[in-house]
Design a protein around this ligand. Structure first.
Ligand SMILES: [Fe+2]
Ligand SMILES: [Fe+2]
Length: 356
């Protein structure tokens, strides 16, 4: 980790304070500095003095308080999110300068003290005590401190290639080869997260989720052999390809404009359609069924699918997708729960989750 004692190196210090030496840049020296330790968000406890690298999600405008001007911003690392409150002094211009030094996706090194407000943990930065924050440039931090990266990406890629190799239908095989045989696309696909907040929000989350969906589908096929294995498998592997164009991974996972405007179902269907149309003689019936699977995989119109599953393969993919997303989410919520209570009320799930 390339951190200097004053945080962010000379470039960041210059950027933050053109006059050299803002009273608000990190200024703790000597023994007091040793108290401040690098901690990930989920490791932080009330009273901790932290010195951590965090990425900015959003910031709020400065406002006045008893001792001057303050502002808050929301930050994240690979373990979670937390609010930071910067308690500046009376020099509103200096506080404004600090405020404008950061924006969404900025990476900052924060020295502050962990506290609690209305039951939520937060970090307070008190410049009067020598605490502060500074902007970091690329190369001053590790992206993997900010976003989790799965360690099994290579295995998933190998497994995916094996599954593609097992497809006998010449047209579906040609389609998968066309989509996933493109090395640049495969790299983006294998490093794409599966979601921002819900399940598999980590680099490599999408291929992990895709492999799970494919596995569940194959189990179902063993039980219900009348389904078309090749169509089921091709649909499972392709169902979320639109996410590659829907997410942008920087220091945060964000949605692209295309993702927000169109959604990954339509984007994915358009990508598949383009690939299908470049394959000569691709049967129309297969084309319709495959595109139908991509469009119907959310299962219901109110869940974002313009059409609802009309063939067994589409129904199976929808349930496999929903099952994996929800199960993974519940397991993560249980693992990450910080309450001493045996029950957790989950607002997204709108149900209780038992932690015992
Ligand atoms: Fe999806
Ligand atoms: Fe999915």
């Amino acid at each position: 980790m390339a951190w200097s004692a004053h945080g962010g190196g000379p470039a960041a210090a210059r950027r933050m304070s053109p006059r050299g030496g803002s009273p608000y840049t990190i200024g703790i020296e000597g023994e007091a500095l040793a108290e401040y330790q690098k901690k990930y968000i989920t490791e932080m406890k009330t009273g901790d003095k932290i010195d951590s690298v965090l990425s900015v999600h959003y910031k709020k405008s400065p406002s006045e308080y008893r001792n001057g001007v303050m502002f808050e911003f929301r930050v994240a690392d690979r373990t979670g999110q937390i609010t930071v409150k910067f308690w500046g002094g009376e020099d509103a211009e200096e506080v404004a300068k600090m405020h404008s030094s950061i924006s969404r996706d900025s990476v900052v090194r924060v020295r502050g003290t962990v506290g609690e407000y209305r039951g939520q943990m937060e970090i307070a930065i008190n410049p009067a005590d020598g605490e502060g924050f500074s902007l970091l440039s690329e190369g001053d931090f590790e992206l993997t401190d900010l976003i989790e990266k799965r360690k099994d990406i290579d295995e998933s890629v190998a497994k995916m290639r094996e599954l593609i190799g097992s497809i006998e239908d010449q047209y579906l095989r040609a389609l998968l080869d066309r989509v996933f045989g493109d090395e640049a696309f495969m790299k983006r696909f294998s490093e794409c997260p599966a979601s921002i907040m819900l399940h598999s929000n980590e680099i490599g989350g999408l291929i992990h989720h895709t492999m799970n969906v494919a596995d569940h589908c194959l189990i179902a096929w063993k039980q219900y052999g009348e389904m078309d294995r090749d169509l089921l498998l091709a649909g499972a592997l392709l169902h979320d390809i639109g996410k590659v164009e829907s997410f942008r991974v920087t220091t945060n996972i964000n949605q692209t404009e295309e993702g927000i405007f169109l959604g990954h179902l339509i984007i994915g269907m358009t990508m598949a359609q383009k690939a299908i149309d470049s394959i000569e003689g691709f049967p129309k019936d297969k084309r319709n069924k495959l595109l139908h699977i991509l469009l119907s995989h959310h299962g219901r119109k109110e869940w974002g699918s313009p059409v609802e599953p009309a063939i067994p393969e589409a129904l199976t993919i929808h349930y496999a997708d929903d099952f994996d997303a929800k199960l993974e989410y519940m397991l993560i919520r249980r693992e990450e729960a910080t309450t001493d209570d045996s029950w957790l009320w989950d607002t997204r799930f709108r149900r209780h989750i038992y932690l015992g």
